[in-house]
Design a protein around this ligand. Structure first.
Ligand code: ADP
Length: 519
């Protein structure tokens, strides 16, 4: 009885304690780092991702790669979540987060093997991270003028498939962001990017208002309406479907005619409600049947059916129309307004332009490109650029890129580490060393010699904080003069996110997994 084993976990549960758990999780994080690090910077390579439906995505955008990969290992999944948070908060810097976190964990593993306690490593990393953010704030450059914003946009887009049109795309991004700026805040979600494949990227343009990839449901409807009064309906303009269980007894031709006439009256009533409200344009998220189309045509109303939810929301925001789930609530007061709505054909797409909206800030970018892959890739680059330009407008502070600020951080963190006594000093120095991964990876991805160039960079930082690597020429140059600039907010958030991810993984000293959960 005394030696009877006691089972508290179900049979088949896997348990990894202390070092085993840590080793597994650190290895998973490092694998993830290795997957994304080859994409870092303008010379990064692309990944081809194929999902279970066979859809192909070619990208070197860290956020997209992490989103599309179906990661199973729990610690790696945690890291992905934190990197995604980076994308949500500041719109860029995802690859850097994963790469720095992986490197911090490698350094931590070494310290732990040398007998330093996990709590000391975590404390050291935390202090080093706080100091690094202080240094970044210190070395940040003021600027949210147009030239700075354009440089920030170009830096974010470089290497993301849009380099040949970067000047023009950066102008589009900056113009769009400045257009919607409101008391220093930039809500980039209100910029609508409409992709149209079948032409050159250089033909992309910025338009005021909303653009929708749809035409009215009938050719007989007006293709241009001035002084538009807009009804937004999430209510079908069609006959209610007759319940399949119901039975209708029709015994004479008269009864049949009466039944049809009654149906017609019901549809007529629906259209009359629209006419009486004063609406001359209807966007319907549901269907509109042929009979309703006929009456809407007769009334000269421009109508759209099965409009996407996202378009409905944008139209609602831009025109002030209320989205109705019941047509009986339709009246003059819930209509939105726009100075002009018209249909225009671009390449082989019929687009609807909603201009002079109630909200003058509504803005769209029409993004052109030869194929769907090209427009998707450039759309992702534009999203990143919009994110960093918005962050710069809001914050007004930028940092030099190309590894320059990481080299400066290493230098200043080393001095800081020397001032701290005890074993924590080793953790602070390890944190500083980990940051070298960014310039080293930028250099390696460009096929250059990292040992010599890192040494050159460090030497150059004795004189100037702005020296970074020009990955195209392999020369150490002034990154401010080269226009390689990034928002302070993105770098600060990247340090916070990577530190948070490393700490979360280091804190796990026991992994208990249900049967087959890790296979
Ligand atoms: P992330 O997802 O982390 O933003 P990117 O692939 O966009 O990753 O690469 C960002 C890195 O590339 C930053 O460290 C930035 O400083 C660097 N970078 C961008 N443009 C240049 C350039 N022209 N020369 C050197 N480095 C650059």
């Amino acid at each position: 009885m005394a030696n009877q084993p006691i089972f508290i976990l179900p049979e088949g549960t896997e348990r990894y304690s202390k070092r085993d758990a840590l080793r597994m999780n650190i290895t998973a994080a490092k694998i993830l780092e290795n997957i994304v690090r080859t994409t870092l910077g303008p010379k990064g390579m692309d990944k081809m991702l194929v999902n279970s439906m066979g859809d192909v995505t070619v990208t070197n955008d860290g956020a997209t790669i992490l989103r599309e990969m179906d990661i199973a290992q729990p610690a790696a999944r945690m890291l992905v979540e934190i990197a995604k948070k980076q994308e949500d908060i500041v719109g860029d810097g995802t690859t850097s987060v994963v790469v720095i976190a992986g490197e911090l964990l490698s350094k931590a593993q070494k310290l732990l093997e040398d007998g330093i306690a996990t709590s000391v490593v975590i404390r050291g990393f935390r202090n080093a991270c706080a100091k690094a953010i202080e240094i970044l704030n210190d070395i940040a450059i003021d600027g949210n003028d147009r030239d700075t914003l354009k440089s920030v946009a170009i830096t974010a887009m470089s290497g993301k498939g849009s380099d040949y049109a970067k000047e023009q795309l950066a102008d589009l991004v900056v113009d769009a962001a400045l257009r919607i700026e409101d008391e220093g805040k930039v809500d980039i979600d209100s910029i609508n990017i409409q992709r149209i494949s079948g032409d050159a990227v250089e033909d992309s343009f910025l338009a005021e208002g909303i653009i929708m990839d749809k035409a009215p449901l009938s050719k007989a409807m007006p293709t241009e309406v001035n002084d538009a009064k807009i009804a937004l309906l999430k209510y079908p303009i069609e006959l209610k479907e007759i319940n399949t269980d119901s039975k209708i007894d029709i015994t004479s031709p008269d009864q049949f005619e009466a039944f049809l006439a009654n149906e017609e009256e019901m549809v007529k009533d629906l259209v009359n409600t629209i006419i009486e409200s004063g609406a001359n344009v209807v966007f319907c998220q549901k269907g509109i049947d042929d009979m309703a189309e006929h009456y809407l045509n007769k009334a000269g109303i421009m109508a759209y059916k099965r409009v996407k939810k996202s378009d409905m929301e944008r139209i609602q925001k831009a025109t002030g129309a209320k989205l109705l789930t019941d047509i009986n609530d339709l009246n003059e007061d819930v209509l939105g307004s726009a100075g002009k709505i018209y249909v225009k054909k671009i390449f082989d797409h019929k687009l609807t332009f909603i201009e002079e909206c109630d909200n003058p800030k509504a803005t769209s970018i029409v993004l052109r490109g030869s194929t769907r892959y090209v427009t998707e890739q450039i759309n992702r680059a534009l999203d990143d650029a919009l994110g960093v330009v918005a962050a710069t407008i809001e914050d007004g502070k930028v940092l030099v890129g190309g590894g320059a600020c990481e080299i400066e951080l290493i230098k200043q963190l080393r001095d800081y580490g020397d001032s701290v006594s005890g074993r924590e000093q080793l953790a602070i120095l390890a944190y500083a060393e980990a940051l070298e991964v960014i310039p080293r990876t930028l250099i390696e991805n460009a096929g250059l010699d990292s040992i010599n160039l890192i040494a050159d960079l460090k030497a150059a930082h004795e004189d100037s904080k702005a020296m970074g690597i020009n990955v195209f020429t392999g020369k150490v140059v002034d990154m401010k003069e080269a226009g390689v600039l990034e928002p302070l907010k993105v770098k600060v958030q990247a340090l916070q996110s990577s530190g948070e991810a490393a700490e979360m993984i280091l804190r796990i000293d026991d992994m208990i997994a249900a049967r087959d959960a890790l296979n």
